[in-house]
Design a binder for this molecule. Structure first.
Ligand SMILES: Cc1cc2nc3c(=O)[nH]c(=O)nc-3n(C[C@H](O)[C@H](O)[C@H](O)COP(=O)(O)OP(=O)(O)OC[C@H]3O[C@@H](n4cnc5c(N)ncnc54)[C@H](O)[C@@H]3O)c2cc1C
Length: 394
């Protein structure tokens, strides 16, 4: 029997596995899909600046701790596995393309500065100096102004997953992927095994890291664990050579340039249940958005499209902590749009709770049984995406 069984092989499950194995525990990952078929693989990998400031709320603290850990993991993973996960500071430009956007961005710029972040405001003519690929859009009057966050960073999700999986294997983590869990066998308040077909996996402790599909385990791990599935679609185009310097953000839509000339165009925020796949109208809209901003992209080859399903939580915070139902169960899910950024801090926090170490983050705000009050953050973000689509017809 292993010390810890982890259900789920997305960035959350794998990061926890790596952290626990690094602390000397024996770990088995049991998952329906291999890492390259998860929502995590489908993500864009944008890390906005993550300052620590005195009034930061729990979500921002988790992001800040995770952001620092990512810099360490980037280095350590390369040493351990030879895989470079592509973590790189490239800067993020946030464009205002209408009056409401201008007002919103001006307030956001003030807020970033008050948190101690580097943040420049660029008038329309300065935008094209910072990002020449936007010259035509700036000349046409489309761009009203922009906020530049020089410390915005990107990571390559497929590469990071590959690196973390390789690191896990080096640390002795066992993998059983390709089959969903059929049943959970409990003995009182202890989960002693999970069954996947004929295979039975036993572990002294269990961590649930099944992202949007966690509701299927809520009865056993905690009834509140009901993430809202929010689909996101992506289009990937390939240019012969890199054309963009920065990540370009407009509202919740963005272009992420990779150093090899690829540009990732994203993303939708859709209430489509657990329906995977892409839709023609959404991909066409994203391509129009990209072509309007950067005309060079109209000549780029559309390499592929895909989607992933984000696990939204009602109060905007993930569930990270002990299961209120199981004495040997833990939960780490509901990271919505920040699961990549928050993965390392989540792994550290879960590992601290399992090993009895003093966590550097207060786990209380992430408690699995916390009351869920206030407005539904995932629903509000989807509404904002829908409003943006009405405001700008690319
Ligand atoms: C288009 C898009 C762009 C994004 N961009 C960013 C970004 O720029 N920055 C950022 O920080 N975050 C981003 N995210 C969010 C981020 O991808 C998610 O928060 C994160 O991937 C969630 O990871 P996870 O490990 O919890 O879930 P997942 O990656 O979904 O993994 C869940 C795992 O559980 C397994 N599983 C599910 N059901 C079962 C079962 N019944 N039995 C066994 N195993 C099961 C699955 O096989 C899978 O291995 C983006 C998401 C999308 C969709």
């Amino acid at each position: 029997m292993v010390d810890v069984g982890i259900i789920g092989s997305g960035v959350i499950g794998l990061s926890i596995a790596r952290e626990l194995a690094g602390r000397g525990l024996t770990v088995r990952v049991v998952s329906r899909d291999p890492p390259h078929a998860t929502t995590s693989w489908a993500a864009s990998g944008i890390f906005p600046p993550a300052p620590e400031w005195p009034e930061a709320g729990p979500g921002d603290r988790l992001t800040a701790v995770s952001d620092r850990l990512h810099r360490e993991w980037h280095h350590d993973l390369r040493e351990e596995t030879g895989v470079d996960n592509g973590l790189a500071v490239c800067g993020g430009l946030y464009l205002a393309v209408h009056d409401a956007g201008l007002q919103r961005l001006t307030a956001e710029a003030e807020s970033w500065r008050s948190r101690g972040c580097r943040c420049d405001w660029l008038a329309a003519d300065a935008v094209q100096q910072a990002e020449p690929s936007l010259a035509a859009a700036a000349d046409s009057g489309l761009i009203r102004g922009a906020m530049l966050l020089p410390d915005e960073t990107q990571i390559r999700p497929p590469r990071h997953l590959k690196a973390v999986e390789a690191s896990c294997r080096k640390r002795g983590v066992e993998f059983f992927v390709g089959r969903g869990i059929d049943s959970l066998d409990c003995d009182g308040d202890r989960l002693h095994s999970v069954r996947c077909g004929d295979a039975v996996h036993q572990a002294a402790m269990w961590v649930l890291a099944t992202g949007s599909w966690s509701h299927a385990f809520a009865e056993v791990f905690g009834s509140a664990v009901q993430p809202r599935p929010v689909r996101g679609q992506i289009a990937l185009v390939q240019l012969p050579r890199p054309a963009l310097r920065h990540i370009i953000n407009v509202g919740l839509e963005y272009l992420v340039p990779r150093p090899d000339g690829r540009v990732l165009i994203g993303s939708t925020l859709e209430d489509a249940g657990f329906e995977p796949g892409t839709t023609e109208p959404a991909i066409e809209r994203m391509l129009r958005f990209a072509h309007r901003l950067v005309p060079d992209l109209a000549a780029a080859e559309l390499e592929t499209t895909w989607s992933g399903i984000r696990p939204g939580s009602p109060d905007g915070l993930p569930w990270i902590g002990r299961s209120p139902r199981l004495s040997n169960g833990f939960v780490a899910t509901g990271h919505f749009r920040a699961g990549w950024h928050q993965s390392t801090g989540t792994a550290e926090l879960i590992a601290d709770l399992i090993t009895g170490a003093t966590p550097r983050l207060d786990p209380t705000p992430f408690a699995v049984g916390r009351p869920l009050t206030g407005s539904d953050v995932a629903a509000a973000t989807m509404q904002r995406a829908a409003d943006d689509m009405t405001a700008v017809q690319w």
